[in-house]
Design a protein around this ligand. Structure first.
Ligand SMILES: [Fe+2]
Ligand SMILES: [Fe+2]
Length: 496
């Protein structure tokens, strides 16, 4: 992109972004002022120290613009897309009055491969000053968004976050087809899986913890979730039995994020929840594999060793370098994630344990994934539909009813991975449920024909499809099948 020549000349809109700037003149005005103030802050910090009066005044002006913009949005998003800057989805105009700062800011963002900067309404003037100081440092080191994200984390700046430029921007400009939403979801799933594995294995004696990678992966997962929840949840229906603890951790992370998103947690809290969920079972690294994979009933000592993973998790997390808010929330979840709302479960305590919101979310996500995954010591694996029905039946006793409802809304009545019989007699597996659609009309893949013979596995049917002439739905779910009825592991149909 040649910014010098053409700032904001793109005529092609990024999908989902508003271009109704004329009707949003307040945002437009405040956004343009903001751009100028951001550039001023950056330049002032090249000359003065952070405690200089001029810098403080510039930060105060910036805070006041942010306040104006925060009236309708608890989080201000400054997005750099193609050769334009968007503030809260409003495209800012580049004209003679702001040409220089507009061009400068855009150039910085492209140079550092930043797609967006998010500032929540809790950001302080001190954090803003620190942010621009770090930005300058990273730029001087020829760094990119990745280094900036790490440096912000190290400095404990949680109210201003940065997202790296999606590869799609450059790919599209080069005329290459960008990855589909499903491919992005798949990438997020596997990179979170790798990061979870690396971080957990590093907890074994002699290992070095690597939380940064996990944080970055969770952040990318949050981005995919906010863009396309359905594809992300569809990924979790794929179970890998060889690496149960790791895939389980990633699934619990994704389900927890979906619940957190539904109950309105902002992006920074989602990232915190995602990490806590990812590491809820970290204590299992010290449970012997012979216990974890034992076929049949556990004896008293084995059961004790397994239950102990909650306490070991706390110990491991407390040893992490820099015991910040993030680690403390993760530590609480590691301790509480097997305690139900009615205080049944473990570890048991003499007095009632007030449960943290994240723990309650992870409890639901954990139960759902554990019930739907086949493991050597489990007599019965439940279909996602059955597991959801169980959660709903225990809402208000074991599980927080509001959170269960939020989860059900994300998953739909027939969650991905459920095998269903259609009214046509065919058997199908749910590939995906779009939370914005009807809850009982997912997208399915036909796996058996009406006569019971194996289907080609090529036919994908959207249950919302209607007959072009009669306007009637072509298919409907007649019943959800249990895993036993569905037959031998039908989920291989979901493998990407
Ligand atoms: Fe656990
Ligand atoms: Fe778990």
């Amino acid at each position: 992109m040649d910014i010098d020549k053409a700032p904001c000349t793109s005529t092609e809109e990024r999908p989902g972004l508003r271009d109704d700037a004329a009707e949003l003149s307040d945002v437009l005005r405040a956004g343009n002022t903001l751009v100028g103030q951001m550039v001023a802050m950056e330049k002032l910090l090249r000359i003065y120290n952070a405690d200089n009066e001029t810098v403080r005044q510039a930060a105060a002006s910036l805070m006041s613009s942010l306040k104006t913009l925060a009236q309708d949005h608890p989080e201000i998003e400054i997005r750099f897309w193609r050769d334009c800057i968007y503030v809260n989805d409003v495209r800012l105009r580049c004209d003679i009055s702001n040409f220089s700062s507009y061009k400068h800011l855009l150039k910085q963002a492209v140079g550092l491969e930043i797609e967006k900067i998010l500032i929540n309404d809790k950001a302080s003037a001190k954090e803003l000053i620190e942010f621009f100081g770090i930005l300058n440092r990273v730029k001087d080191d020829d760094g990119s968004a990745g280094q900036l994200i790490e440096a912000l984390e190290e400095a404990g700046i949680g109210d201003i976050t940065v997202s790296p430029a999606a590869e799609t921007q450059d790919l599209e400009l080069l005329g290459i087809k960008p990855p589909s939403k499903r491919e992005r979801a798949k990438k997020a799933f596997y990179s979170t899986l790798r990061a979870a594995k690396a971080a957990m294995l590093s907890q074994r004696p002699g290992g070095v913890p690597n939380l940064r990678k996990a944080k970055r992966a969770v952040q990318a997962t949050v981005d995919v979730l906010l863009d396309d929840e359905a594809s992300l949840l569809a990924m979790s229906a794929i179970k890998d039995h060889d690496e149960y603890t790791f895939t389980h951790s990633v699934n619990v992370c994704m389900f927890s994020l979906a619940i957190g998103h539904r109950v309105g947690l902002p992006r920074t809290r989602l990232a915190e929840l995602g990490i806590a969920a990812l590491f809820h079972d970290i204590g299992k690294v010290s449970v012997p594999a012979s216990v974890l994979n034992k076929v049949g009933m556990l004896d008293v000592d084995e059961w004790k060793a397994l239950r102990n993973h909650t306490l070991t998790g706390v110990q491991l997390l407390s040893k992490m370098p820099r015991c910040n808010q993030q680690i403390i929330r993760s530590l609480v979840v590691a301790f509480q994630h097997h305690i139900n709302m009615d205080q049944t479960g473990y570890p048991s305590a003499e007095a009632e344990v007030p449960l943290d919101l994240y723990s309650k979310i992870v409890r639901i996500a954990d139960t759902f994934d554990a019930m739907t995954t086949e493991r050597p010591y489990m007599n019965k694996v439940h279909s996602p539909h059955e597991a959801l029905q169980y959660l709903l039946s225990q809402a208000g006793t074991k599980f927080d009813p509001v959170l269960v409802k939020a989860f059900a809304a994300s998953l739909g009545i027939f969650p991905a991975g459920t095998v269903v019989r259609l009214n046509t007699g065919e058997t199908a597996i749910v590939v995906k449920h779009d939370p914005n659609d009807e809850p009982d009309m997912p997208v399915v893949k036909i796996i058996r024909n009406a006569d019971g013979t194996q289907a080609s596995g090529e036919e994908i049917v959207d249950l919302k499809d209607k007959h072009p002439e009669t306007g009637e739905y072509l298919y409907a779910v007649a019943e959800a099948l249990s895993c036993k009825e569905a037959g031998e592991n039908p989920r291989y149909h979901l493998l990407p």
